[in-house]
Design a protein around this ligand. Structure first.
Ligand SMILES: [Zn+2]
Length: 180
C-alpha cells in the first residue's frame, strides 16, 4: 500500500510524497514577512524570518523536524517540518555551530512546538530538541503527555491514524485506499 502510486484527490500528491509536510514559518510569524537567506538573522535587527531561523520580539525559533514512525511500515516515518522556540542562549549557540554543521555537539535543549499540529491544536507545546549529526535538522520530541502527538511519536502511528493526520491538512487518502 505504501508504495502505491495512488494520488490524493485534492493535490495530486502520492502517499509517499505526503509522508512529509512542512510549515514554512512559526505560526506567530506574520504571513507577509519575507523569508530571507540565513545571513539575515545576523545582519538584521528586529523581527526576521530566514530559511532556518526566526526572531519575533524576544522569541527565538529554529527550524526542526518532528517524526512519527509508521507501525508496520518498514522504517517509514511521517516527517513534519516545523518550528520550535528555544531560549536566546540556545538559539545563539545553535546559530554559531549551524554553518559548521556541528550542532550535534550541543546538548539537547527544552523547546516549544511553534506550529499548531494537528491544525487547530493550541500551542506552544513543551518538548525537547534533540540534536542530530551532519547538519540534519534537530528533532523535536513532544513531552506533554496529553498532546495527540505524544503517543504517536512514542509508539508510532497506525496507517489510519496517519490518514487522519493528513486529513486534518486537507489530504483525503483514506477514501482512495478503501474505495479501491
Ligand atoms: Zn492532497
Amino acid at each position: 500500500m505504501l508504495t502505491s502510486s495512488r494520488q490524493c484527490r485534492c493535490c495530486g500528491a502520492t502517499f509517499a510524497q505526503l509522508l512529509s509536510l512542512a510549515c514554512d514559518r512559526p505560526d506567530m510569524c506574520p504571513e507577509d514577512m519575507p523569508q530571507q537567506d540565513n545571513t539575515a538573522i545576523i545582519a538584521e535587527r528586529g523581527d526576521v524570518l530566514t530559511d532556518d531561523f526566526c526572531r519575533i520580539g524576544d522569541l527565538h525559533f529554529l527550524r526542526c523536524v518532528l517524526a512519527v514512525p509508521l507501525i508496520g511500515g518498514d522504517e517509514e516515518e511521517f516527517v513534519l517540518g516545523t518550528w520550535a522556540s528555544v531560549s536566546r542562549e540556545n538559539f545563539d549557540s545553535y546559530m554559531d555551530l549551524f554553518e559548521l554543521r556541528e550542532t550535534e555537539t550541543l546538548s539537547n535543549c527544552p523547546a516549544w512546538l511553534s506550529n499548531a499540529i494537528p491544525p487547530g491544536m493550541g500551542e506552544p507545546v513543551a518538548g525537547m530538541l534533540h540534536m542530530r549529526p551532519e547538519g540534519q535538522y534537530p528533532e523535536l520530541m513532544i513531552s506533554e503527555t496529553g498532546h495527540p502527538l505524544y503517543p504517536l511519536q512514542k509508539n508510532g502511528a497506525q496507517l489510519e491514524e496517519l490518514f487522519d493526520l493528513l486529513y486534518s491538512y486537507g489530504h483525503d487518502m483514506a477514501s482512495l485506499v478503501y474505495d479501491a
